[in-house]
Design a protein around this ligand. Structure first.
Ligand code: GLN
Length: 287
């Protein structure tokens, strides 16, 4: 009798078979198929390409097939891998947090360009989610002190895990309701990527958004509800000349500039994302 792998309930599969199974059998993009195979086997991309005949054992095969089926059903690749890169660093992500977006690196750039270089500026990151914005600012500006706030305890747990994994010592991650409880005109800067999609927007039923936390995407029927609340709360917490900088929807810059001006903010600006949309808007408390 042969001692072939057929004696185990799940026969082995080669790297090549696995990639074919994912792309032909389940219509996965080749890049996703390779990412999942790397994730399951620990192999590098070079190893996958140069060793197409290497075999996955039965356990890896089952894990791979299950991840392929979940990806085929639409689950975001970042949640399946448990990780997404932001500003060249790896951030753990779970379905409790928004998946960091490349546009949001523009928020970081706008903040870095304006953060005071002297002293120990206090910075707040509102709706921190994975912590990607606040942790990046803290790591890029070790002289700053960052407070990362989110209403979700599960999100704060992820942000704390990321801060620890990235050895970020100058950040605190706390549960909170925007800027409630913070006052005293101490903050040099407030940044945030708040929810800004109207609850009735059909995009919420498409792509990755279907799997992301609702509260991270939409503040309710009024798309600008959270932005407005933050702009109202901010002046009481900012120091003279302190900045409020927010990410928003691709068509919301004119109204966000108007809201900032109405609240007394000066030096109001907007920055464009790589697609050319005004995506980031900020202003300074006078003084
Ligand atoms: N600050 C996080 C990000 O930009 C989460 C934002 C959110 O949950 N709306 O990715």
């Amino acid at each position: 009798m042969s001692k072939s792998p057929a004696s185990s309930p799940v026969p082995a599969l080669t790297f090549n078979d696995a990639l074919t199974f994912a792309s032909r059998g389940h219509s996965l993009a080749a890049v996703d198929a390779r990412l999942l195979l790397r994730h399951v086997t620990g192999a590098t991309l070079a190893q996958i390409v140069s060793h197409p005949g290497r075999q996955l054992g039965p356990v890896d095969r089952m894990r791979f097939e299950s991840l392929v089926a979940r990806r085929a059903a639409g689950e975001p690749i970042a949640y399946l891998l448990g990780e997404r890169e932001f500003y060249s660093r790896p951030f753990s992500v779970t379905p409790a947090v928004l998946i960091p977006r490349p546009e949001t690196e523009g928020l970081v750039e706008a903040a870095l360009a304006r953060l005071p270089v002297e002293g120990h500026p206090e910075v707040v990151d509102l709706g921190t989610g994975s912590g990607c914005v606040g942790i990046t600012l803290a790591l890029e500006r070790p002289h700053a002190r960052v407070l990362a706030i989110d209403a979700s305890a599960d999100a704060i747990a992820v942000a704390r895990r990321n801060a620890a994994a990235l050895e970020c010592g100058n950040i605190d991650c706390v549960i909170g309701d925007w800027l409630q409880g913070i006052d005293g005109h101490r903050l040099s800067m407030i940044v945030g990527n708040p929810p800004y999609i109207a609850a009735s927007d059909a995009h919420l039923g498409e792509g990755d958004l279907r799997f992301e936390p609702r509260s991270a995407l939409t503040p309710g029927e009024d798309a600008l509800g959270a932005v407005q609340e933050i702009i109202r709360q901010a002046p009481a917490t900012l120091t003279d000349g302190g900045w409020l900088i927010l990410e928003h929807g691709h068509d919301q810059a004119p109204i966000v500039r108007k809201l900032l001006a109405r609240e007394g903010f000066v030096d109001v600006f907007s920055d464009r994302d790589l697609a050319g949309h005004e995506r980031i808007t900020g202003g300074r408390r006078p003084g």
